[in-house]
Design a protein around this ligand. Structure first.
Ligand code: ATP
Ligand code: MG
Length: 252
């Protein structure tokens, strides 16, 4: 079972878009059994798959705060064959306070996910902030894919993730955690974007994806309709870019 987290503490870097569409691609194209876990209180991974998450219960919040709740009680089938989802909503934002006094607060998620059977992939979507939720994700994952919106401050965010991964190695003994791929996103052909891309390649030699995700409005539209890019506009440039990226991640 491969456990892949899409993480960048910077908001709007395309974490949710890449997590949802990569998960859907593995499920429908590679016929893999995939679980998508939304660890963001914004609940957008579920929304992007057409769930009205606000009123849903139980969610991933119940799973990681209540020792008696099992993953199979919270997992939902999605509209994509072979793709199951653990949705979240606003309630997840109270998780850090709720478990603050618990000695195992950093391992709430990994304890529940490690008992899961029957999946080829578990894919995590993350919130745009560092903190206890992201620590839980890092302890429950092995691979981190970092989507990087090619703007001036992008490299600051990358440095923070590298520090967080080092912290996981040293403080938690989580030696198998690694940044497996850095994905340039929302690329526009400007000199600044090209300079940032060149810097990224120097900073992460051999780990920057060959696929650069450019701006394509069909990707945004698909999410507004609660659909994957393949169900919404499989012929679009957006679909081709996301397919090429999913194939790269599959082969890592
Ligand atoms: N290649 C693209 N072209 C056009 N729009 C895109 C593209 N990728 C993502 N978007 C849109 O950009 C917005 C931000 O993307 P997304 O929600 O995936 O980022 P995020 O990193 O998950 O954000 P947050 O940090 O808030 O969780 C969304 O509205 C999404 O539909
Ligand atoms: Mg998101």
């Amino acid at each position: 079972m491969r456990r892949i987290a899409f993480i960048n503490e910077k908001g709007g870097s395309c974490k949710t878009t890449l997590a949802v569409n990569t998960a859907a691609y593995f499920a429908s194209n590679n016929k893999a059994k995939v679980l998508l876990v939304d660890m963001d209180p914004q609940g957008q991974a579920g929304k992007a798959l057409g769930f009205y998450v606000r009123d849903l219960s139980p969610t991933v919040y119940d799973l990681i705060t209540d020792p008696d709740v099992k993953a199979r009680d919270c997992i939902r089938e999605s509209q994509v064959e072979n793709l199951d989802v653990l949705v979240s909503n606003k309630q997840l934002s109270s998780f850090p306070l709720e478990v603050a006094a618990d000695g195992d607060r950093e391992r709430k998620l990994s304890k529940k996910i490690s008992r899961l059977k029957g999946y080829d992939f578990v894919i995590y979507d993350s919130p745009p902030s560092a903190g206890l939720i992201t620590t839980n994700i890092m302890l429950a994952a092995e691979e981190i894919v970092v989507p990087v919106n090619l703007t001036y401050f992008a490299l600051d965010g990358c440095a923070e993730i590298v520090e967080s991964v080092d912290h996981m190695h040293q403080e938690f003994g989580k030696r198998d955690l690694r940044i497996s791929l850095v994905v340039p996103t929302l690329y526009r052909p400007t000199r600044l974007a090209d300079e940032i891309l060149a810097k990224l390649k120097r900073y992460f030699p051999g780990r920057v994806a060959r696929t650069v995700i450019g701006y394509n409005v069909k990707i945004d539209e698909a999410q507004s309709h609660g659909k994957t890019i393949w169900d919404y506009a499989s012929w679009s440039r957006g679909a081709h870019m996301l397919e090429s990226l999913a194939k790269e991640i599959y082969k890592l």
